[in-house]
Write a protein that binds this ligand. Structure first.
Ligand code: SF4
Ligand code: MG
Length: 332
C-alpha cells in the first residue's frame, strides 16, 4: 500500500548565497505508523518537519526533491492551499505550548475558535466541541477548565491543550517536534501515552522529532537518524537501536548510560555538529568519527542497504554492522 507520506531527496536552503540546511533527505511514513527523526540540534530534523506543513521560517525554502502526502504533491503549494491542509490533514505540536497559545484568551475559547473558523460551527456548538476535545485529551473538569487562561495550566496540561487543538479537525498526520522536552519525566510519560492512545483511536500517523532515544525507543516503529542535513541511518527502530550500522548512531547510543533503557544526553559525543556554511569535505561526520579513514575526508558516503529494511550512509557500514552483531546479542 502507498505510504501516507513519501519524501524524496528533499533539499532545503537558506538565503543568498544559498546555504544547504537539508541535503537530500528521503523518508517514508506508512499509514498508522510512527516514524522518529533523531539527531542533535542543527541536524535539519525540525526543518524537515516544518517543510511538511508549509511552515519553514522566512528565507528558508524547499529547493529540490518532492513531498507527497496521500498521493498528492505538497512541494509547491501556495499559502492558501497550505491553509486548507494545515490542521485538517496535517497538524503539528511543538516543545513549548505557551508560545503557541494566546495568553489573553480563555483556553476553551481558543479551541472553539478553531471549530468556528475551520468547521463553521456556531459559537455555542464550537464551545461544546472544545470542552469535548479537552475531555478527550484527559483534562479533568473540562467545562470548568475551559474558562481558564493558559498561564493557569501546568506545562503538561498546556501540552494536552495543544494536542486537543492539533487533533480537533481529525488530521491524518501529526508531527510532534520534541513534544515532551520541556516537561518532567512523569509528565513526559503521560503525554507520550496520550499520543499513543490517540494514535490508536484516531488511526493517526505520527512523525516524532526528538533527541531523546528513550522516548523514541518506546514510541516509534521506524527511525531516521539525521546528521548535518542528511539521513545517515534508517530502519526499524528496535533493530537500529540494538545494532546500529553507522558510527554516529553508535555515538548517540554510547552517550546513553544504559543501552537497554536509553535516555537523552546526546551532547556526550565529542566535538560539535558542523556549521552548515562550512561543512567538512567527504563525510560530514569525519572530524568526530572514531573510525574515520582517509577516504572519509574526500568521498561523501552514499546510503547502502545493510539489510532489506535498513540503510547506512558510511563507507564502512557493513563492518560497523557486523561488529555490532557479534557483540550485541543481549541488547534490546
Ligand atoms: Fe566515519 Fe567514514 Fe563512516 Fe563517515 S564514512 S561515518 S567518517 S567511517
Ligand atoms: Mg528543533
Amino acid at each position: 500500500r502507498e505510504p501516507l507520506v513519501r519524501v524524496t531527496d528533499l533539499r532545503i536552503q537558506l538565503g543568498h548565497p544559498a546555504v544547504d540546511l537539508v541535503r537530500g533527505v528521503s523518508l517514508t511514513v506508512p499509514r498508522g505508523g510512527t516514524v522518529a527523526v533523531v539527531g542533535e540540534s542543527g541536524s535539519g530534523k525540525s526543518l524537515t518537519a516544518l517543510s511538511l506543513i508549509g511552515l519553514l521560517p522566512p528565507g528558508v525554502t524547499v529547493r529540490g526533491g518532492e513531498i507527497r502526502f496521500q498521493n498528492r504533491s505538497l512541494t509547491h503549494l501556495s499559502e492558501r492551499e497550505w491553509e486548507s491542509v494545515r490542521g485538517a490533514e496535517i497538524a503539528m505540536i511543538f516543545q513549548d505550548p505557551l508560545s503557541s497559545l494566546n495568553p489573553a484568551m480563555r483556553v476553551g475559547t481558543q479551541i472553539a475558535e478553531m471549530f468556528r473558523r475551520r468547521a463553521g460551527l456556531s459559537r455555542r456548538d464550537a464551545l461544546d466541541r472544545a470542552v469535548h476535545a479537552m475531555a478527550e485529551v484527559g483534562i479533568p473538569d473540562p467545562g470548568q477548565r475551559a474558562t481558564a487562561y493558559p498561564h493557569e495550566f501546568s506545562g503538561g496540561m498546556r501540552q494536552r491543550v495543544m494536542i486537543a487543538m492539533a487533533l480537533a479537525l481529525r488530521p491524518k498526520l501529526l508531527i510532534a517536534d520534541e513534544p515532551t522536552t520541556a516537561l518532567d519525566v512523569t509528565v513526559q510519560a503521560q503525554i507520550m501515552r496520550l499520543l499513543t492512545e490517540r494514535k490508536r483511536t484516531d488511526g493517526l500517523t505520527m512523525i516524532l522529532i526528538s533527541h531523546d532515544l528513550g522516548v523514541v525507543a518506546r514510541t516509534a516503529d521506524r527511525v531516521a537518524v539525521m546528521y548535518a542535513g542528511s539521513v545517515v541511518e534508517s530502519g526499524p527502530c528496535r533493530d537500529v537501536l540494538a545494532t546500529p550500522a553507522h558510527p554516529y548512531t553508535q555515538g548517540l547510543l554510547r552517550a546513553v548510560p544504559d543501552r537497554r533503557r536509553p535516555r537523552g544526553a546526546l551532547e556526550a559525543i565529542p566535538g560539535q555538529p558542523p556549521d552548515p556554511r562550512a561543512l567538512p569535505t567527504g563525510c560530514a561526520f569525519h572530524p568526530r568519527c572514531p573510525i574515520a579513514q582517509s577516504i572519509c575526508r574526500t568521498v561523501p558516503p552514499q546510503p547502502v542497504a545493510v539489510t532489506s529494511t535498513r540503510t547506512s550512509a558510511c563507507h564502512f557500514a557493513t563492518q560497523v554492522f557486523a561488529s555490532e552483531r557479534v557483540e550485541g546479542g543481549e541488547r534490546p
